[in-house]
Design a protein around this ligand. Structure first.
Ligand SMILES: Nc1nc2c(ncn2[C@@H]2O[C@H](COP(=O)(O)OP(=O)(O)O)[C@@H](O)[C@H]2O)c(=O)[nH]1
Ligand SMILES: [Mg+2]
Length: 255
């Protein structure tokens, strides 16, 4: 594929403080690339001025950069927002990233280089390239996390490895790229709306026979997390993980 085009999907929930600067950075990065870029912001039923800020940031786009804002009427969760954006994306590669730019857009070429669609960047033929925050060559995210998240993260990873996927170190990194066919096949089957959706996507990829490459990326801890883990939401994540296999029990790679 010679003319690559890329769709970024940015889930945003109550991001009025972080989104404006992030979009300016993303647009500036995008306009400096040789390929066309589409930015899809999904406002997930925010109660603040997220949509207004997105609209302002998108008002005057440079050539070669396209954007749209999609709004959920009510808050449905990061998984739902990413699904909405990915299914609305129209370019060759779909890449989602966090609104706080924990992973900066300058990490994009690392994922593109790993994808079949990234031929100009040196194809190795993967269908999906996922950022990994804990590879020795990249940064290690764990040290910068508060203690309660390290413990929660370890429990989640333990469960996830036993229940779903053992070969992937960091399923939860919010920086993942899909070729268009893989994105269509996987996001159309995704059922989880919460934080566990990343693990579900990778499980679907595995079951559908898509190749996944883990790519070490740089990551920074950004304050102002929207991630709240009360007992109720912790229960939901664990229940979701347990449900993934069952939800997709009928699936084979021929589907
Ligand atoms: N759609 C949606 N996105 C969310 C929700 N909570 C957080 N996000 C988004 O998910 C991404 C990561 O959130 P963030 O608060 O930075 O998480 P953390 O850095 O992992 O603690 C950001 O783009 C958020 O706007 C939610 O309930 N719904
Ligand atoms: Mg963050």
């Amino acid at each position: 594929m010679s003319m690559l085009s890329l769709s970024y999907v940015v889930p945003a929930y109550n991001e009025e403080e972080r989104l404006g600067g992030s979009l300016a950075t993303l647009i500036a990065y995008s306009t400096a690339q040789s390929y066309a870029v589409e930015i899809i912001i999904v406002d997930d039923g925010s109660a603040d001025r997220t949509a207004e800020i997105a609209t302002a940031a998108l008002a005057d786009l440079p050539d070669g950069v396209f954007a749209k804002l999609i709004q959920h009427k009510v808050n449905r969760g990061k998984g739902a927002a990413v699904r909405t954006g990915a299914l609305a994306a129209s370019n060759d590669v779909v890449l989602y990233l966090d609104a706080d730019l924990s992973t900066l857009p300058d990490q994009t070429p690392k994922l593109l280089a790993a994808l079949a669609a990234g031929a100009p960047f040196g194809a190795t033929g993967a269908d999906i390239a996922i950022g990994s925050r804990i590879r020795p060559e990249g940064g290690d995210m764990r040290a910068s996390q508060p203690a309660w998240r390290r413990v929660g993260g370890r429990l989640f990873a333990l469960l996830r490895r036993r229940l779903l996927l053992s070969g992937i170190e960091d399923t939860q990194c919010g920086f993942k790229a899909f070729t268009r066919p893989a994105a269509q096949a996987i996001f159309s089957r995704q059922q989880l709306d919460g934080w566990a959706f990343d693990a579900e996507l990778l499980y679907l990829a595995h079951r559908l026979g898509y190749s996944v490459v883990q790519v070490p990326i740089e990551w920074r801890h950004v304050e102002g997390s929207r991630f709240q883990l009360g007992a109720g939401s912790a229960y939901r994540e664990v229940r979701d993980l347990v449900r993934v296999r069952w939800l997709h029990r009928g699936l084979t790679s021929g589907d």
